[in-house]
Design a protein around this ligand. Structure first.
Ligand code: TXA
Ligand code: MG
Length: 334
């Protein structure tokens, strides 16, 4: 199969619509990462998402719709519910909300759960695609399962060249990490996957919000969170922030052995490694969220990435550190 990469225009949108309607897959940009889109009501299309990605069959997909789509056709929502306030405050945006499902999507998409996760992405490219197709679109991140999530069309191409017919190219995703997944089926909202929208931000709108696992009643997790994710295809080494000398020794030794090696550092740590080559994460939480996946993709072109633990000094840094840890700590998510 030839994989086309097309800028988003009338012609590529028409092509995308035809492909989706004939139960094929189309990758598209969002403000977080690229998605691998499939018609949510088609069992055949959903099956091929799992197959092409190599995704475990017990990890449900999220459904994407445009901002004017009536989601009450897919899930149960009550008008006075706190979920309405949250939706009004943050959508369209990098927040996925889990509701009770009406069961109209393909059964294998929900993996037997009676809930359905809905996302209304904000980026212009995503809205154009979803509006043009005007159907609920299931979309996991457009990477092979366990690999780094894609933030450019090129990243999608590297994983899926020859395996999907079309990638809509909307440039680089600026958010950088996946949406927050929020369960709104209970008395208070529960964050199942950390992301760009934090508990603090949700609390400001509806008073309450907790992270799953914070107390016994909220130990439910997003099924996907138990899997290893976001791993670069190269060797990695991680050091404490006070171990720059040890890290430098390793870098110099590997270099002397003729290995291609690079540091991945935030601004503070980059000042401690002399003139050695590094990928710059930046200094603020927003910068680091936006840069992380792109830099992991750049880093895996080397043989070894050496990095330092992050300083978690904000709620957004909790989300960034969640992805960072999964890329660098081998024993996470077992
Ligand atoms: O930013 C994003 O959310 C991207 C873009 C493409 O929209 N998508 C994405 O999809 O990250 P994926 O499949 O890589 O991650 C979806 C997460 C998984 O952790 C999955 O377990 C969880 O959402 N999820 C899906 N349906 C769920 C449900 N009904 N209940 C709880 N968690 C659910
Ligand atoms: Mg993913």
């Amino acid at each position: 199969m030839i994989t086309k990469v097309s800028k988003i225009d009338l012609q590529s949108l028409q092509e995308a619509k035809n492909l989706i309607e004939s139960e094929q897959l189309v990758a598209f940009p969002t403000e977080t990462v690229y998605g691998l889109g499939a018609l949510a009501t088609s069992e055949r299309a959903i099956k091929s998402v799992y197959e092409v990605k190599g995704r475990p069959s017990d990890n449900p997909l999220i459904v994407h719709v445009h901002k004017d789509y009536d989601i009450s056709t897919l899930v149960y929502i009550s008008e006075n519910d706190y979920s309405q306030k949250i939706a009004n405050a943050f959508l369209p945006g990098p927040l996925t909300m889990v509701y009770k499902s009406k069961g109209v999507v393909a059964p294998s998409l929900s993996c037997g759960l009676d809930t359905l996760a809905i996302r209304i992405p904000k980026s212009e490219g995503a809205q154009k695609f979803l509006k043009f197709v005007n159907q609920p679109i299931a979309a996991p991140s457009a990477n092979i399962s366990k690999h780094i999530s894609p933030v450019t069309a090129e990243h999608v191409y590297q994983d899926f060249n020859g395996k999907i017919p079309l990638i809509l190219d909307g440039g680089k995703c600026d958010g950088g990490i996946e949406s927050t997944v929020l369960d709104v089926t209970g008395d208070i909202p529960v964050i199942l996957r950390k992301g760009l929208i934090t508990a603090e931000m949700i609390r400001e709108v509806v008073g309450a919000c907790v992270y799953a696992g914070e107390n016994a009643q909220t130990s439910l997790k997003s099924p996907g969170m138990k899997y290893k994710h976001y791993s670069p295809n190269c060797e990695t080494a991680i050091f404490e922030r006070n171990e720059s000398e040890e890290a430098i020794r390793l870098y110099d030794q590997l270099k002397a052995e003729g290995k291609r090696v690079i540091f991945l550092c935030d601004d503070e740590m980059s000042k401690k490694i002399g003139k050695r080559k590094f990928l710059a994460l930046g200094s603020t939480d927003i910068e680091m969220a936006s840069n992380l996946y792109d830099l992991l993709h750049q880093g895996e072109k080397y043989e070894v990435i050496i990095t330092f633990k992050l300083l978690v000094d904000s709620e957004l840094m909790l989300s960034v550190n969640n992805r960072f840890s999964k890329a660098f700590f081998k024993d996470e998510n077992k």
